[in-house]
Design a protein around this ligand. Structure first.
Ligand code: AHM
Ligand code: MG
Length: 347
C-alpha cells in the first residue's frame, strides 16, 4: 500500500467520525506552520535566528513568565499566529509567549476551536543545536461570544486534539485526536508529513528516568525518597538498576518515552516555592498527558491525574510525572503514602 500522508490520515479519521472538517483544517494549518518553524530551526546560524530576542527598549525581550525570549521563540509564535488567523477554524489562540489570548481578527470569520501552544519548547537548547519542539492543544470555543482567557480554563479532559512537532535529526509530528497517538515524519523532499508509527504504545514498565537531578536538594521528601530508591538500583527496594537521561527539552524527552518507555519528571521544588512547578499546565502538561495516555501511559502531578486538574490561570504551572504506567503509578504512590503518613502523625 502507498504511504499515508497526514492529509490522508486526517481524511480517513474524519470518515471514521473521529473529527470534523474544521478540526481537520486546524491540524493541517498547525502542521504547515510547524514545517515553516522546522525550516527556520534547521537553518541555525545561517538563518540569523539564533540568540536572544531584543525587546522594545533595546534590552532582552522578556515574556509573561519573566523568561528571556529567544529570536526563534518570537518567530515561531508569529508563524503559528499568522498561519491560524485567516482559516476560519479558530476563535482565539493563546501561547506561552503572550500574556493573554489573542482573538481572531475581525476581518476573518471565527471558528469553533481554541488553540493553545508553546511555540518553541526547550528553547534554551536552540543555540547548542539540540532538539526543540512545538507543543499544542485544541479545545472547543464557546459559541456566540468573543473569546477570552477564561474560555481556555478547561481541564485537559476537554482537549479534542493535542500534539507536538519535534525538530530533531528528522522533524516529526506526533498527534492525537482521542483515538490513539500517531507519529508522522516530515519528508523534506516532498514537503509532507508521512505516517511512520500508527498507535504508539509506551511499555508499561521501565528502567529509565528523566529528571534534572541538580534540583534534588530542593525537592519535597516524598520525591527525595522515590529517587533515592531508583538510585539504589538492584540492591535497593526497587530491585533493579535504572538508567538516566535528561535532554532539558520536554518534547525530546517525551518523544523518547513515547518511543521506548521511561518516566519524565519535573516535580515541585523549593527554589521558588510560590511556583507549583516549572512546566505549564495548558500548553505543556495537558497536551503531553493526553498523548501519553492515548499511548497507554499515565500522567500525574505526583498525586492526581493531570487531565483532571481544573485550571485557574492561563499560564498555570504544575508538577509533571508522565510515561510508563507502572513507574508513574509507583512515583505517585510514594507521594500519596507520604501525605497519608503526614496526616496520621498530624504533621
Ligand atoms: P521553556 O518552555 O521555557 O523552554 O521551558 C520548558 C523546558 C522543558 O522543555 C524542559 O523539560 C525543562 O524546561 C528543562 O528545565 P531545566 O532547565 O530546569 O532542566
Ligand atoms: Mg515550554
Amino acid at each position: 500500500m502507498s504511504e499515508t500522508s497526514l492529509t490522508r490520515f486526517l481524511i480517513e479519521a474524519q470518515r471514521a467520525g473521529q473529527l470534523n472538517a474544521e478540526l481537520r483544517l486546524l491540524i493541517e494549518v498547525v502542521a504547515r506552520a510547524c514545517k515553516r518553524i522546522s525550516v527556520a530551526v534547521g537553518k541555525g546560524a545561517l538563518g540569523g535566528v539564533l540568540g536572544d530576542a531584543v525587546g522594545d527598549s533595546g534590552g532582552d525581550s522578556i515574556n509573561v513568565q519573566g523568561e528571556a525570549q529567544k529570536k526563534l521563540d518570537v518567530l515561531s509564535n508569529d508563524i503559528l499566529i499568522d498561519a491560524n488567523a485567516w482559516g476560519g477554524h479558530l476563535a482565539a489562540c493563546a501561547s506561552e509567549e503572550m500574556p493573554h489570548c489573542q482573538p481572531i481578527p475581525d476581518a476573518y470569520p471565527r471558528g469553533h476551536y481554541l488553540l493553545v501552544f508553546d511555540p518553541l519548547d526547550g528553547s534554551s537548547n536552540i543555540d547548542v543545536n539540540v532538539s526543540v519542539g512545538t507543543i499544542f492543544s485544541v479545545l472547543r470555543a464557546r459559541d456566540g461570544v468573543p473569546a477570552e482567557d477564561a474560555h481556555f480554563l478547561r481541564s485537559g479532559n476537554d482537549q479534542v486534539a493535542a500534539g507536538y512537532c519535534i525538530y530533531g535529526p528528522s522533524t516529526m509530528l506526533v498527534l492525537t485526536v482521542g483515538h490513539g497517538t500517531h507519529a508522522f515524519t516530515l519528508d523534506r523532499e516532498q514537503g509532507s508529513f508521512v505516517l511512520t508509527r500508527r498507535d504508539m504504545r509506551i511499555p508499561e514498565a521501565t528502567q529509565e528516568f528523566a529528571i534534572n537531578m541538580s534540583n534534588q536538594r530542593h525537592w519535597e521528601p516524598a520525591m527525595q525518597g522515590y529517587v533515592d530508591d531508583l538510585l539504589a538500583g538492584r540492591e535497593g527496594p526497587r530491585g533493579k538498576d535504572f538508567n538516566m537521561r535528561w535532554i532539558a527539552s520536554m518534547v525530546a524527552d517525551v518523544h523518547r518515552i513515547l518511543t521506548r518507555g521511561g518516566i519524565f519528571i519535573y516535580p515541585w521544588d523549593r527554589k521558588d516555592p510560590d511556583k507549583p512547578g516549572k512546566l505549564r499546565l495548558m500548553y505543556e502538561a495537558n497536551p503531553m498527558a493526553m498523548l501519553v495516555e492515548q499511548a497507554g501511559g499515565a500522567a500525574t502531578d505526583g498525586r492526581r491525574r493531570i487531565l483532571d486538574i481544573a485550571p485557574e490561570l492561563l499560564h498555570q504551572r504544575v508538577p509533571v510525572f508522565l510515561g510508563s504506567r507502572e513507574e508513574v503509578d509507583t512515583a505517585t504512590a510514594y507521594h500519596l503514602r507520604h501525605d497519608a503518613a503526614g496526616r496520621e502523625s498530624g504533621r
